[in-house]
Design a binder for this molecule. Sequence first.
Ligand code: SF4
Ligand code: SF4
Length: 429
Amino acid sequence: MSDDTLETYIRQLLESHQGPKVQVAWQGGEPTLMQLAFFRRAVELVERHRRPGQLIEHSIQTNGTLLDDDWCRFFKQHRFLVGLSVDGPRELHDRYRVDRLGQGTFSRVLQGWLHLRRHGVEFNILCTIHAANQQHGRAIYRFLRDELDARWIQFIPIVERIGGQTIPTDDQDQRLPSEKTRPLYTQSGSMVTRRSVDPAQYGQFLVDVFEEWVRNDVGRVFVQQFDVALEACFGRHLLCVHAPECGYGPALEYNGDLYCCDHYVEPNFLLGNIHQTHMLALVAGERQRAFGQHKLTSLSSKCRQCALLQWCNGGCPKDRFVPSPEGDADQNYLCPGYVRFFSHAQPAMQCMVDLLQRGRPAPGVMAWMAQRDAAGGPYQACSCGSGRKFRFCHGARAPASPFEGSGCHFNGNRDGDSAAVRVRDDKQG
Ligand code: SF4
Ligand code: SF4
């Protein structure tokens, strides 16, 4: 991105906001590849163009592999919120998060996390759910909570849609074809890659996490999907995916081209170029409005009649490409998972709604869960649906980790793991 485009973008972004708060969010690809000087310049431009009283919230989403003291000093100084991508313990993370040589990146990510911690940078965790980690919801959640000390977590389902004309993304070969031979990725095709998440298992993953969270961590750990579901009970929609309409997160490319959404950076969704048309006009224009409304108007007949519509709203349009038993052509691929999670979470969500409406804090749901668990006893079937006894499933405070001894658990003494242990020692000391 040229300095001219960077300045045009920042100036227009700040001009576009009427209210005092402005979020300046960087995402890639991998934004740290732009190097620190680029972001120093970006912050300098923000300071130059912001109006008196405008409050700036900087954030960046990164894989963390390049983070060092310089980066983290900078983040701390400018109060960046850093989203760190971690897909679970080493064995799970390294399955797909590899470098160009196919080597796992877990150790480097953990080093980045250590730098963040050392400098007191605020961070959250983005964890993608895919074929390799979809069966380990609770282990991953515990890892993020207990070992990485994450207090804000979001889970993103990986749905890589493919057809004959789209990029041959295959989990056996992580190397990208050269720029010249690489076809444009478009949201088309009716198949998914092998590394995409299984739809029903995605729902079960969330249920596994929810069962752990709702017993122990309400009010202490924030899981985006759970916040979104609770807010939806009050008619508020925090996440475009589960809002009735969308279109509030356009994506800017390096040359100033602005697209409807970062999942639709393809020719049919180009809004224009900010060097020719002000960003505000592009975002408020008819084209973008139609894009956002299409989420609602293109709902399948199954979605329109669905009892869970209030929470789900049909999911993201990019995932609507499978036929439904009702004869819809474009049902959401993740629908079985949404049904599993939203219906499972209903009773506890309703309990939290009741508490909040009576002016009491939502964490009271944990006492309600404890009462339910006590009434059923330790040998009842676990409510997560695993088929195991409660005592040996979500009733077990610290069940054996399936990753024990694999080099991704944290009492081991391999490089990255011992680093995690050192931080825990620091905290205790
Ligand atoms: S297309 Fe999906 S990700 Fe993009 S704005 Fe709409 S709901 Fe959000
Ligand atoms: S759960 Fe399935 S049917 Fe119901 S709104 Fe969501 S995608 Fe549509």
